[in-house]
Design a protein around this ligand. Structure first.
Ligand code: ZN
Length: 355
């Protein structure tokens, strides 16, 4: 259960959530403790040749696939998906979070390819970390529990790359990070002895978003929802390390903190591909001038999303339910949750593309 309480406590009434953002997201988080080897188990034999990875062929086929295979219909909050592809469970530099339902790993060809390619670039340039990918959507899109959007194959949640106290990469968990970029994997919320301190891995997390932004794609990134203080840290990191100015500017435009704080994961949304637009794909705001210019070159006009007020809703979790399900909390967890209130409200920084 664990982090459900943390997610729940930071969330707002789903009805009052900003229309573009998720309702109540429950970033499932805690990594199961690594299994201790049993005392009686024999040591595993070392193979002479590494076994071929059975997922390799699946990944290669996916990366070679034409984007025309999938079609995103409607908008992120009420759309659907045709010809979806499944994100492979593992690949170079990424894994689909084993704690999420494998039914929730479907998206457009372009989105799945973009995630795999960006994770592979981080893996190549800064080996040692691993991107953990949470929910994409269902094979046919549509309502999905705990999300207000994720319905048209163009939304995905990814956890941040994390470091442990020793500065080494840790498998990512959905732990909320404070304004210093630090958090705790509380594991058992009633027991302080098993707590694992962690902090954001800025170089890998930045390189991941840079890789996403730099990709030539028919369906570029439209939005990255993330808490304001991590946005600022990522921008500072990028400027200090000489990241390309255009990428920094683009990231600054794409990022927003909605009413759910997104201090434990990114929510990334992709634009309709030009070829999906005539088939009914709709982009919610904003459509930036650079995107309009790209589409003009393709001879396509974007179709602004028309919200459907009667859209069906999937079950979600209220703050009260999440708290009740979490059970006993030790005082340090309670103290963190109280501190978290300070950054849970959507800020209004007055940026052009962020309401
Ligand atoms: Zn999301």
């Amino acid at each position: 259960m664990l982090l459900v309480v943390l997610a729940g406590c930071g969330s707002r009434d789903p009805g009052a959530t900003a229309p573009e953002a998720d309702a109540v997201e429950v970033p499932e988080p805690m990594e199961p403790t690594a299994e201790e080897p049993s005392e009686t188990a024999a040591p595993a034999p070392v193979p002479l040749d590494p076994a071929p990875d059975p997922l390799q062929a699946e990944r290669e086929a996916l990366l070679a696939m034409d984007g025309s295979r999938s079609t995103s219909h409607g908008g992120p909050n009420d759309g659907s998906l045709e010809g979806a592809v499944a994100l492979p469970l593992r690949g170079p530099g990424f894994r689909f979070n084993p704690r999420r339902s494998t039914d929730a790993r479907f998206g457009t060809v372009e989105m799945v390819q973009a995630l795999m390619a960006a994770a592979a670039r981080v893996h190549e340039e800064l080996p040692g970390g691993e991107l953990t990918i949470n929910d994409l959507g269902y094979a046919s899109g549509g309502p999905i529990p705990h999300h207000g959007s994720h319905r048209a194959g163009r939304d995905v949640d990814t956890l941040f790359y994390l470091l442990g106290a020793d500065g080494e990469p840790l498998p990512s968990v959905g732990a909320p990070l404070d304004p210093a970029g630090e958090g705790t994997d509380y594991r058992d919320l009633a027991v302080p002895a098993d707590d694992v301190p962690l902090r954001i891995d800025l170089p890998r997390t930045w390189l991941f978003v840079q890789a996403l932004i730099e990709q030539e794609s028919a369906s570029p990134v439209q939005r990255i929802f993330v808490v304001e203080h991590l946005r600022t840290m990522l921008l500072d990191h990028a400027r200090q390390h000489g990241a390309p100015a255009l990428v920094i500017e683009r990231f600054a435009d794409l990022t927003c903190q909605p009413s759910y704080p997104h201090d434990d994961h990114f929510h990334i949304r992709f634009f309709c591909s030009a070829e999906d637009i005539p088939d009914g794909c709709e982009d919610s705001a904003p459509i930036y001038p650079w995107r309009r210019a790209d589409l003009r070159e393709e001879g396509v006009r974007p179709v602004p999303h028309r919200p459907r007020p009667d859209r069906p809703m999937a079950p979600t979790t209220t703050d009260e339910e999440a708290r009740a399900a979490a059970g006993e909390l030790h005082p340090s967890v309670t103290a963190f949750l109280e501190r978290r209130e300070a950054w849970s409200d959507a800020p209004h920084p007055g940026r052009r593309w962020c309401r």
